[in-house]
Write a protein that binds this ligand. Structure first.
Ligand SMILES: [Zn+2]
Length: 723
């Protein structure tokens, strides 16, 4: 049983981070007919490529044989198979034991795991209308399937019986962890409730999911409607001819006159950095800020009710508020720890933001602007500061970042130096698209360790952003080694040309490969505790940690060579790239902290709280948190905060800053102990990367670091110290 398949098929690791800036998801109008679930189930047989159980240790999906029509029958059969397996565990006449209950559950759902892993991979990276229909059809059926497991009273009775006698069982630490995590999941799903409470919870879950759906749809529509429209080309001064042409195209597509500038899902809009017309900037900003408050699509009642529903759910489950409930299984564990963490960051972040504002005001004054800096001016003048102080010409840099060299002499090289890994391309393995490459990964002793696929180039039918996911989790119990993949959206070069990528792309490659390492180096017994099956506030730690090697001198020198001449990147240019990473960090951290505080405040409301006035609530939350800077608005306002209302990040947005603390703090340890060495890498692998979720994560971290994580290195990395 892989928890990810059951719990959330939609939320990919990095995808959640990189993808949600733009909520526009391709919607198909074509509706190819699907068989009914019963017909699909009946169609499943030996000719289906998911039918045969693959021989361990690797599962390399047979992409050369899988057709679109194969998924739904395999999903239906997979659910039926797992339901039967779970019922057999529940009905077992012998008394419950760890083996015949918890371990037995780990062994269930092999077919469902297999097909869902491939289905999720393909629908994210290479989808089509037929697969989208399968997704729509099967999503509620998968969630009902999950409920039928967690809310099976006979099964839970056995789970509880073993849980209650766990202290007397002579089990290793990982098995104890499995008991705790599994039991908590049952309880979190409502298994321990009275029938009346369970019914009420079910009602609330249904209302919540309807409200979330209404929010997502409403936000899409509001964001589209709030696009800035003008017939005056002069209003768009500062944009390039290509941008203006795109704005004209957009207008044509919408059948309106003139030009359309669509909004992205953040408060600030990228075009604000370029528009010279201040009135246009203000108009676009205000469209963004108030997008969900228009009479035809006001989302304030929806989110006020959502907050109430969640508070009531938490109360039924025995918690003072939703944050307390949802944080219990995270590394941070409780709202007090999260608030303490955020509160530590707010003074240095806002102090730096104020210093940056001063610098920007000086630019405005020097140009005789005659006005006080407003949020819609920030990006425009900050861009001028950036050009003066941090600029480097991307075309100058690109010849040094040829994708294949970055991969083999950078990403692979760092993994070899740290963990002793080697990589061999496997052209014989089937792939889901001709752009995809497959590698076998070998451990330091030469033994096979994992399969790794990469799918780097942008194409239609691929979601935006970049992510990692697995086709198979590592597990000693099942004899499985990890099969993982990375996806990104880099510009594909013309045929025969080298792929020259940007510094951001390089960072993305190291980031996603950090997730891949977390999956590949896993050494867990149980699949549901393996690799990246860790809480939200830990999962970005290994990936962000791996980013640090991208511009680490020894690694950079090794891969950043001019693709024509072979010359290494000039030191001054490398220094400029590193320095540019500290630009505008006061602003950027402050807007994130403001969003995190809004999230925490909404989800710490008790069930007894009245339906809130959204505007008033937001204002008060920001003031009380000391992040109400008039020129630094939150990255997302409550009304368009997709992460927390519909994308599974309720009381979880802090995780982005939390994992940044972890990765900077961890990298500081490496720097203090000699940097890029096998000794350091092996220790990190043994104590962190191989451990998945097999031990309490705060304990795991403290054991490795010698203390709890601290924010000092994070402040230093962002350049927020010493002003
Ligand atoms: Zn990530």
């Amino acid at each position: 049983m892989t928890r990810k398949t059951l719990v959330s098929a939609a939320c990919l690791l990095a995808a959640a981070f990189f993808m949600t800036e733009n909520p526009a998801i391709a919607q198909s109008t074509a509706e190819p007919a699907l068989p009914s679930p019963a017909q699909a189930l009946a169609a499943f047989g030996p000719s289906n490529p998911f039918y045969a159980t693959p021989a361990p240790p690797f599962y390399a999906p047979p992409f050369d044989k899988i057709r679109d029509a194969d998924y739904q029958p395999a999903i239906e059969a997979g659910m039926a198979e797992q339901a039967k397996e779970m019922q057999a565990i529940a009905d077992n006449p012998t008394p419950p034991t760890f083996e015949n209950t918890y371990v037995a559950m780990e062994k269930t759902g092999a077919l469902l795991d297999r097909v869902m892993a491939v289905f999720n991979g393909v629908t994210s990276a290479d989808t089509n209308p037929y697969l989208e229909n399968v997704q729509t059809e099967e999503a509620p059926r998968l969630s009902a399937h999950q409920d039928s497991i967690y809310l099976n009273p006979k099964l839970f009775a056995r789970v509880r019986a073993v849980y209650e006698e766990r202290a007397t069982l002579h089990l290793d630490a990982e098995s104890q962890r499995l008991i705790k995590i599994t039991y908590d999941e049952f309880v979190h799903a409502g298994a321990a409730l009275s029938p009346a409470d369970r019914d009420r919870l079910k009602q609330l879950n249904e209302e919540e999911s309807k409200l979330e759906d209404a929010f997502s749809r409403g936000l899409l529509a509001d964001t589209k409607n709030a696009a800035f429209v003008t017939t005056d080309r002069a209003a768009l001064a500062g944009l390039s001819d290509a941008q203006i042409a795109a704005a004209a195209e957009d207008a044509k597509a919408r059948h309106v006159q003139g030009y359309v500038i669509p909004l992205q899902n953040t408060t600030q809009q990228p075009v604000l950095a370029e528009l010279t017309n201040r009135a246009t900037r203000q108009a676009i900003f205000e469209k963004s800020w108030t997008r969900c408050e228009q009479p035809q699509g006001d989302l304030r009642p929806t989110i006020a009710r959502l907050a109430q529903v969640r508070a009531e759910k938490a109360k039924i489950l025995g918690y003072p508020n939703f944050a307390a409930w949802t944080l219990e299984d995270q590394m941070a564990k409780n709202p007090a720890t999260v608030l303490h963490f955020l509160n530590q960051l707010i003074p240095p972040a806002t102090a730096k933001a104020r210093a940056e504002a001063k610098e920007i005001q000086a630019v405005i004054d020097a140009q005789h602007g005659g006005f006080e800096l407003q949020p819609w001016d920030w990006e425009f003048y900050a861009e001028q500061v950036r050009k003066a102080k941090y600029d480097f010409d991307e075309s100058q840099v690109k010849p040094y970042f040829e994708l294949n060299s970055v991969l083999e002499n950078g990403v692979f090289y760092a993994a070899h130096q740290l963990y002793g890994l080697t990589f061999k391309e496997r052209k014989d393995l089937p792939v889901w698209n001709p752009d995809v490459r497959a590698f076998e990964v070998f451990d330091a002793d030469g033994k096979p360790l994992a399969l790794w696929y990469c799918d780097y180039f942008k194409r239609d039918k691929k979601q935006g952003g970049a992510w990692m996911d697995v086709f198979q989790d590592q597990s000693r119990l099942l004899g499985h080694l990890a099969v993982v993949y990375n996806v990104a959206n880099f510009q594909k070069p013309a045929p025969g040309e080298p792929a020259l990528i940007t510094p951001d792309d390089v960072t993305t490659m190291f980031h996603e490969f950090g997730h891949a390492l977390h999956g590949m180096l896993s050494a867990a017994d149980y699949p549901s505790l393996a690799g990246t099956n860790v809480p939200r506030d830990f999962v970005e730690f290994p990936s962000q940690f791996n980013e640090h090697w991208a511009f680490y001198p020894q690694v950079l020198e090794h891969y950043a060579r001019n693709y024509k001449t072979g010359e290494p990147i000039p030191a001054a240019l490398a220094e400029k790239i590193r320095k540019a990473q500290q630009f505008n960090q006061g602003y950027e951290l402050t807007e994130l902290l403001a969003a995190s505080m809004l999230d925490m405040h909404w989800h710490m409301l008790p069930a007894s709280a009245p339906l809130e006035n959204v505007d008033q609530f937001e204002k008060t939350a920001l003031v009380e948190s000391h992040v109400a800077l008039h020129d630094v608005p939150p990255r997302y306002r409550s009304t368009y905060f997709l992460h927390i209302w519909a994308n599974g990040y309720a009381a979880g947005y802090y995780a982005y800053q939390w994992t940044e603390m972890l990765d900077d703090d961890a990298f500081q340890w490496f720097q203090q102990h000699g940097g890029l060495t096998r000794a350091n890498g092996d220790r990190f692998r043994q104590m962190i990367l191989s451990r998945g979720n097999t031990e309490d994560l705060a304990t795991l971290y403290a054991n490795w670091r010698g203390r709890a994580p601290e924010i000092g290195a994070m402040l230093q990395d962002r350049g927020l110290t010493g002003h």
